[in-house]
Design a protein around this ligand. Sequence first.
Ligand code: GLU
Length: 424
Amino acid sequence: MAYIEPAPLKDKENPFEAMMSRFHDASQLLGLEDEIYNVLKSPARQVIVSLPVTMDDGSIKVFEGYRVVHSNILGPSKGGIRYDPHVNLDEVKALAAWMTWKCAVVDIPYGGAKGGITCNPRQMSAGEIERLTRAYTGAMIDIFGPDRDIPAPDMGTGPREMAWLMDEYSKTQGMTVNAVVTGKPLVLGGSLGRTEATGRGVMVSTLTAMEKMKINPYKATCAVQGFGNVGSWAARLLAERGLIVQAISDISGAYYNEKGIDIEAAVAYSAKNKGSLEGFPGAEKINGEDLLTLPVDVLVPAATEDVIKASNAPNIKAKLIVEGANGPTSSKADNIINEKGIVVVPDILANAGGVTVSYFEWVQNRLGYKWEAERVNRRSDRIMKDAFNNVYRVANEYKVSMRIAAYMVAIDKVAKTYKYRGGF
Ligand code: GLU
């Protein structure tokens, strides 16, 4: 099978440095001791594995896989697995640290981790992806565990991969261990509400922020970048709450309709069209980059890292940015955005609904019980709102952005826990 290596991304900020710059600023404001600063600045564990996989044509291709455990101070480490051609160690390190801060911000008892495999799942068959997932699980058998490190889906993975991972792990234990992974299909112990959880949390964060900013959702306009699990659910739930979603986008480009896009129709179209919005009839096609600078009230970047940067930040017109993706704003763009008076609900708060419902899934697995969707949603909405209000209060108290406030809340919680556990 022909495998085309992607061209390297140019003009990208190193995501680990972007994370570290905020970590540094928040630590200074908190007056964090050097000892704990040094503990938190480097990941607890970084594992790189080579994964030989038999491809459908009989050849063997070797893939590189990663798992970075940033911290297990608050509890077992938690975080998704990304399948993407651009996956590299620095990205996984940043994403792992973001998971530590995210779990701390929403006050759930997990540390942070992230995994990834440098591969292009769009160019692989289901069988090849299954063999790759099983090889990765086998290589990480000493890392994973329901009380050690609990993976979940991220870009390029979903319930199907989590099912293979659970099965492979369970085989080595000689019993079914469904709590080893979250984001599973419902029949394997997945939780109701998990699929839409991240998008739902984005919706709750958006509405809570709009309430504080006195923006009426029924008159507000919105643009959502990315139409994967997070973007499509965020767009759908925001539209249901009355927002006019004027633009959406995916890898094929951006789609604009001043009167509002019919999101249900877009979801159905993309599902029928192999996951692509190409040719979507309900909107006019525009340049993907132009979506970010549309004159809308709310901008939801829900694709990937580093899309709002110093070069385009001056042209952003939204009053509110709600980060569905991890790390969509480069650290260099932070000041520009703040000076323009744009409110940003940062990634480690805005997209924490996913890991929150992952936590509920793990709790249900351990209880051997199943909650109704209503209970899942009610509890996750409350956690998201409480976390928002807490970060908002710290931002006002210290006169800092919500991003720095979120880091302060998170770092403070991890540092206090570390001291109680007797770290020094
Ligand atoms: N990959 C998701 C995230 O970045 C979910 C992680 C999880 O549920 O463990 O938050």
